[in-house]
Design a protein around this ligand. Structure first.
Ligand code: IPM
Ligand code: MG
Length: 357
């Protein structure tokens, strides 16, 4: 029997609630598809800071590196906002991404038929949405140096550096090409090359790397226009290739097309070693502990983990089908409620999904 070792990082806020649903779903699916899944939980985020004084303790990082895949819920809470930046939960997340060299962040945005009416946009605009945001994840302005915050001067100032080198742009473009070739062979590269040199290099590199690919169509868009086009006509997009900061912003925007950010999964990968699979949403401290969170983005992340990380394609598809069945029977979590359906708690919708497997 195949055996997989999963590092589970439940993190903060709603993390433990959506993680517990995910563990139930993974246990059921592994029995059905006859593989063994060993899930070990490790401290990460604010909770790790409380216990070890660091949001990404060495031991957790080490366990993640030695696992077959990492399933992460979410981190963060307002109460950590006043900590020095390197001790905040978000810095732990960036450290995990960087230590595991996860340069490619894949965020698929697909409208689920039964949720078309939950979108804040009109049905005609969102009904054919099926796109993937390919976001560079371990460089750009998130990691660029120099960076700093100087407040012991008369006029305080702060600065960050948006920097990419050719190799970093090439390797994420290669990933976008691979994904586009499995889809409609269409890449839209998003930058701000009318203003930024770093975007100029981005645009030239993407052009060079993709020009060797037969049958692939490349378009370029400035990020401000891309934001507008995502709201105006999102079905024009297939693969959106973009940098760390622009991808962060556009993926939240794209998530809302699907009705709720509680629906969007992501995979963070490199060309070897374990990937991290996590929902796009945050830790939602305002609803934590109330058992009302939507666990679906994390379940779809677990499904991506099975498909991409562990090569258990059928099991992955079964999770997606189970989610669709539960939604089409009219069950929803609060974030998806538009008055039409039966609202269930986080654990209840989890049980319904487990029943469908
Ligand atoms: C995301 C999140 C993170 C990011 C935060 C929590 C650091 O917004 O994964 O999109 O900005 O990358
Ligand atoms: Mg984000």
């Amino acid at each position: 029997m195949k055996k997989y070792k999963i590092a589970l990082l439940s993190g903060d806020g709603i993390g433990p609630e959506i993680s517990s649903v995910s563990v139930n779903v993974l246990n059921k699916i592994s029995k059905k598809y006859n593989f063994d899944i060993e899930i070990n939980e490790h401290l990460f985020g604010g909770i790790a800071y409380e216990k070890y004084g660091a949001p990404a303790p060495e031991e957790t990082l080490d366990k993640c590196k030695k696992s077959d895949a990492v399933l992460l819920a979410c981190v963060g809470d307002m109460k950590y906002d006043s900590l020095p930046r390197e001790l905040r939960p978000e810095s732990g997340l960036l450290k995990l991404r960087s230590e595991l060299n996860l340069f490619a962040n894949i965020r698929p945005v697909k409208i689920r038929k039964s949720l078309i009416d939950s979108s804040s946009l009109k049905k005609e605009i969102v009904e054919n949405v099926d796109l993937v945001v390919v976001r560079e994840l371990i460089s750009g302005i998130y990691f660029g140096k120099p960076r700093g915050y100087i407040n012991n001067i008369e006029v305080p100032k702060a600065f960050n550096t948006m920097v990419y080198d050719y190799t970093e742009i090439k390797r994420i473009t290669d990933i976008a090409i691979k994904i586009a070739n499995q889809r409609n062979k269409k890449i839209c590269s998003v930058d701000k090359s009318n203003v930024l040199e770093v975007s100029q290099l981005w645009r030239e590199t993407v052009f060079n790397v993709t020009s060797k690919e037969k049958g692939l169509s490349l378009s370029n868009m400035y990020v401000d226009n891309a934001a507008m086009q995502l709201v105006k006509d999102p079905s024009q997009f297939d693969v959106i290739l973009t940098s760390n900061l622009f991808g962060d912003i556009l993926s939240d925007l794209a998530a809302m097309l699907t009705g709720s950010i509680g629906m969007l999964p992501s995979a963070s990968l490199n060309n070897y070693g374990p990937g991290v699979f996590e929902p796009v949403h945050g830790s939602a401290p305002d609803i934590a502990g109330k058992n009302i969170a939507n666990p679906i983005a994390m379940l779809l992340s677990a499904s991506m983990m099975l498909k991409i990380g562990l090569n258990e394609k059928e099991a992955a598809e079964n999770i997606e089908r189970a989610i669709d069945n539960v939604l089409s029977k009219g069950f929803r979590t609060l974030d998806l409620d538009n008055g039409c359906c039966k609202v269930l708690s986080c654990s209840e919708i989890g049980e319904k999904i487990v029943e469908e497997i």
